[in-house]
Design a protein. Structure first.
Lengths: 258, 224
C-alpha cells in the first residue's frame, strides 16, 4: 500500500513540477515580449513570418477540405434532425464555440507542434543551441519567442478560416449536392452569432497557440544528447498538447458560458 | 588582470573521464596554453573554459568578473568573446553557410542585408568553400563543414580561442593551411588554449603547457 501511495505521490509531484516548468517557460517568453530587446529584431521578425508560413499558409490546403467536410456533415445532420428552426443557433454553438478552435488546435498539433519538438530536439542534440549561445545570441529570444508568436497567430487565423469555410462552404456544399431544406440558413447564423462567440473563439485560439508552443518547446528542450529521445519527446509533446488544449477548452467555456 | 581565472573549480560530468577536481587555472593575454590530458578530460576542460558547462563548486572569472552560472543569459556576453572550435561545434542546419557566417553580425547589427566581410571571404577562398556559401551545412562534406565552423569562430572578435584536436579537425590537407592562418589571426592580446597531439603544432604555438591527471591540474615543464 505504501509503495502504491509513494508511486502515486512521486508521479503527482513530477506532473506538478512539469506544469510549473511550462508556466515558467511561458512567463519567460512573455517577459521577452515586454522587454523587447533591441538586438536581433530582424531575425526574430523573419522567423515569425517563416513560422506563420509553415503553420498557417501551408496548412490551408489541409484545413479548408477538413472544414468543408466537417461543416457540410454537421449542417446535414442538424438540418435533418434538429429542424431548421434551431439550425443557426446549433451551428454557431458547435462550430464557432467548440469545434472551430479545437479542430484547428489539433491540426496545428499534428503538423507544427510535432515539427517544433523535433526541430528543437535536433538543435539540442546537434549542439545548435550551443552554437547560438556561443555567438552571444539568446535562444529564448531567437528560437522560442518567434515560434510562440508565429504559432499563436497561425492558430487564430486558421480558426477564422475554419469557421468561415465550415459554415459558408459547408452550407454551399449541402445546397449544391442535396435537396435538404435549410430555410434561410445564413440569415439564422447572422442572428444567432454574437460578438461574445467570436471573442471566446479568438481567446481559445490564443490560449491554444500558447499551450501548443510552450508544450512542444519544453519537450524539445528536454531532449538532451540522445537522438532516440526525439520520437519519445515528440509523442509526449503531441499528447500533452491535446490534453492541455482540451482542459483549456473546458475551462474557457466554463468561464464564459456557465 | 587575468583573461580567465578558474579558482577551486570542480566539475563532474558523467561519462567524461575524471572531470575536474578543485583546479586553479589562469590565462593571461598573449598566453598560448597546450593541454596534455586524456581526450575526455581535455574535452571537458575546454567546455568548461567555453562556459558551456558550469562548475559544481568554485568560480570562473572573466577579466576579473566572476561569472554567475545560475542563469544562461548571464553567460552570453562572455561566450560572445570566446572562440570555440571543438569537435562537437555545429552550424545551424536550417540556414545556409553564408547566413551562418553572418548570423552574429545580422543579430547585433539588426540587418539581414549584410555582405560577408573581406576577411571572411578571403578565408572561404583560401579553404575553397567560397562556392558552397549558399548551401546548407548538411549538404557540405564533413571537412568543409568543420572549415566553415572554424572560419566562423576565427572571424568572431574573440578574446580567447579554444581549439580541440586541430589535426583531426581539419584533416591532413587543411591542417597546414590552418596553422598559417592561425598565426596571422592570433594577436598579442588573445588567449589561446588548445588540445593537440601534434608536437609540431604545440611547438609552434604553445608558450606553456598544463597537464590534467586524475582531474587535477599540474604545470607541465616550461616550453618557451
Amino acid at each position: 500500500m505504501e509503495q502504491i501511495l509513494g508511486s502515486v505521490g512521486r508521479k503527482t509531484i513530477k506532473s506538478v513540477n512539469h506544469v510549473l516548468d511550462l508556466c515558467a517557460l511561458t512567463y519567460r517568453i512573455f517577459t521577452l515580449i515586454f522587454k523587447r530587446p533591441q538586438t536581433g529584431r530582424v531575425i526574430v521578425k523573419r522567423v515569425v513570418l517563416e513560422q506563420i508560413y509553415f503553420t498557417c499558409v501551408e496548412a490551408l490546403t489541409i484545413i479548408i477540405p477538413i472544414a468543408l467536410l466537417i461543416g457540410s456533415i454537421l449542417i446535414v445532420q442538424f438540418a435533418k434532425y434538429a429542424g431548421h428552426y434551431d439550425l443557426g443557433k446549433t451551428t454557431v454553438i458547435l462550430i464557432v464555440r467548440e469545434l472551430g478552435p479545437i479542430v484547428t488546435a489539433f491540426l496545428v498539433i499534428l503538423r507544427s507542434a510535432t515539427a517544433v519538438t523535433i526541430e528543437i530536439g535536433y538543435m539540442n542534440v546537434l549542439n545548435e543551441i550551443e552554437a547560438f549561445e556561443m555567438a552571444g545570441l539568446d535562444p529564448m529570444w531567437i528560437v522560442c519567442l518567434p515560434r510562440m508568436v508565429g504559432i499563436t497567430a497561425a492558430v487564430c487565423c486558421l480558426f477564422i478560416v475554419f469557421d468561415l469555410v465550415s459554415i459558408i462552404g459547408g452550407y454551399g456544399l449541402v445546397w449544391l449536392i442535396t435537396n435538404i431544406p435549410m430555410g434561410n440558413f445564413l440569415d439564422q447564423i447572422g442572428k444567432a452569432i454574437t460578438a461574445a462567440d467570436i471573442a471566446v473563439g479568438i481567446v481559445k485560439a490564443l490560449c491554444f497557440g500558447v499551450i501548443i508552443t510552450v508544450t512542444s518547446l519544453s519537450h524539445g528542450f528536454n531532449i538532451k544528447k540522445n537522438i532516440t529521445e526525439i520520437p519519445v519527446g515528440t509523442s509526449k509533446a503531441a499528447i500533452e498538447s491535446i490534453i492541455f488544449c482540451l482542459i483549456g477548452n473546458i475551462i474557457i467555456s466554463a468561464i464564459f458560458y456557465l | 588582470m587575468y583573461l580567465i581565472e578558474l579558482s577551486n573549480y570542480s566539475l563532474v560530468v558523467e561519462g567524461f573521464g575524471n572531470s575536474l577536481k578543485d583546479i586553479y587555472f589562469t590565462l593571461t593575454k598573449g598566453d598560448a596554453c597546450a593541454i596534455r590530458a586524456a581526450t575526455a578530460d581535455a574535452y571537458i576542460f575546454l567546455k568548461a573554459l567555453a562556459t558551456l558547462v558550469g562548475p559544481q563548486t568554485g568560480t570562473y572569472s572573466y577579466m576579473g568578473e566572476v561569472i554567475d552560472f545560475s542563469d544562461y543569459r548571464n553567460l552570453l556576453p562572455f561566450k560572445k568573446k570566446i572562440g570555440y572550435i571543438g569537435l562537437d561545434s555545429a552550424m545551424l542546419s536550417n540556414k545556409t553557410v553564408r547566413e551562418n557566417l553572418l548570423l552574429m553580425r545580422s543579430y547585433f547589427e539588426n540587418s539581414l542585408s549584410l555582405d560577408i566581410d573581406a576577411k571572411t571571404l578571403k578565408l572561404c577562398r583560401i579553404f575553397n568553400i567560397e562556392d558552397k556559401l549558399d548551401i546548407r551545412p548538411g549538404e557540405l562534406r564533413p571537412i568543409d563543414l568543420r572549415i566553415a565552423i572554424a572560419i566562423r569562430e576565427l572571424t568572431k572578435s574573440f578574446d580567447v580561442l579554444l581549439l580541440e584536436r586541430p589535426e583531426d579537425y581539419f584533416g591532413y590537407n587543411s591542417f597546414g593551411l590552418f596553422n598559417e592562418i592561425l598565426k596571422d589571426t592570433l594577436e598579442h592580446g588573445h588567449g589561446f588554449v588548445f588540445f593537440c597531439n601534434n608536437q609540431n603544432f604545440i611547438d609552434a604555438f604553445a608558450n606553456r603547457e598544463v597537464l590534467i591527471t586524475d582531474g587535477t591540474l599540474a604545470k607541465a615543464p616550461k616550453l618557451v
